[in-house]
Write a protein that binds this ligand. Sequence first.
Ligand code: PRX
Length: 550
Amino acid sequence: MNSFTNNEFWESKSDNVSWFTDTNLNIAQTVLDKHILEGNGDKKALIFEDDQGNVTEFTFSQLVSQSNKVANFLSKNVINKGDRVFLFLPRVPDLYINFLGIVKTGAIAGTMFSAFGSDALKDRLENSGAKAIFTTKELADRIQTIRDELPELKHVFIIDDEDYISDLEKESDVFSMFHTRPEDYAFMLYTSGTTGKPKGIVHAHYGLIQQIESAKICLDLKDDDIYWCTADPGWVTGIVYSILTNLSLGVTTFIHSGRFDPEKWYSLIAKHKITVWYTAPTAIRMLMAKGDALTEKYDLSSLRYLASVGEPLNPEPLLWSKKIFKGKYFHDTWWQTETGSIMIANTPEIELKPGSMGKPLPFVTAEIIDDDGNPVAAGEEGNLAIKPPWPSMMRTVWQNTEKYDSYFKNGWYISGDRAKKDEEGYFWFVGRADDVIKTSGERVGPFEVESALISFEGVVEAGVIGKPDDIRGEIIKAFVVLKPDVDATEELKTKLQEHVKKHLAGHAYPREIEFIDKLPKTRSGKIMRRILKAKELGQPIGDTSTLEEY
Ligand code: PRX
């Protein structure tokens, strides 16, 4: 059987998920089909509002039928257990439905954020060896330009194409779900580190047992809630807490395809009577910046529970929320793509310490350790580490066991975050131990941005850092070295920004660019981003013993 930390506890939570009689498990059974078996098929599952204000609703039965059609369609197209099938879609219902349709076939569902450009898509589709992808007419152009370079990609299904729509319509809405083993892979998504290309983080079906437990504790979800998680399923929060856990718990879930807009968001809360809201600090700071008067224009009294994730939630926006939402405030939660579910949080019963991430969930062993794996004293900074294994943790890094192994040291999973623990066991985020950037809550690897910049004619090299920003947490700043005959103009900065948006991603472009003559490097030629950052912030540059002449 399993050997997870707190295994007895997880065995006692076995009922969180719906098992087949053969002790197999497919997350889609718990997320969707079991609701029909339990007589809740007619309950409202999804409320979708598009950019134009059109509202569409789906019951659990309708989601089951639709995802079964997708699963039948995929099976007809020879998608088999273990195949990778990716979704490159805006936040429309098909994204949620097709995710589950893919999982029903036993294939691995992968998501890619709709702002990705062709190079980012190519890296992900190539590394995963994806066999099929769902996209829209509008987004398909970015796939077509790279399709010849992806021999394993057999199908590009365009969900708003008439042929696809009519083919899908003809499929049966009955499907015999694949009985996956609990440890089989269910979904994957790519995330960034300091170096190299993005890594494919892979999660297993059994992880749902912990994901559901965490949602019960950290999001306080109840049967009659109308729940809005603003994260896009291109990121892990949008998968785990806006598809898997909420629907498993039978909670009516709201999705909005439009972009962030403070007034629009307040109006959506009032219109749909949202009760539980899970969002990110950048959005909260942007709402706060719009002023209190705007909040008075809308009836926000339906809100019952608020939570936040993805980057540090500083005390100011938190205390602002407490004032505006009449005593209710955003409960900060900490986790990562790799951990698969919330690990540390301000749960409803713990007393708030503004600025703290809260305490480890009861079934999580978290510690602050030094580089040798020894716990540090209370109040001291160290590496935030978790005792492995736990049910929702990543099972592998796709085709990169070396990278997977590098997360574990001295019997601990090392998160890459620096943090402190106080005398009362509250955790306080300090920063990243590496150069990973968090901009508007989204994780960006500096190497990917540097690579995109270098691919522009006229750029010799580039160094990229996260620069602290009051609203976005960090913004991306690039230091760029140009060829001698290229003029360092403002116009060129705009061109470089457009280039990164097109090739890498709309959200990952450098908001600030500075042209410089030379980058600080180690003698072995590695860019020392730490020095770029120290200079930018006017801080001492520290140990330069490995620095080449600069
Ligand atoms: O640095 C931490 C930050 O986000 C990283 C994980 O990013 P990602 O894999 O994209 O997952 C985001 C949401 C699950 C962490 O290593 N982070 C996440 N939550 C917090 C946070 N930093 C401070 N406070 C948080 N609550």
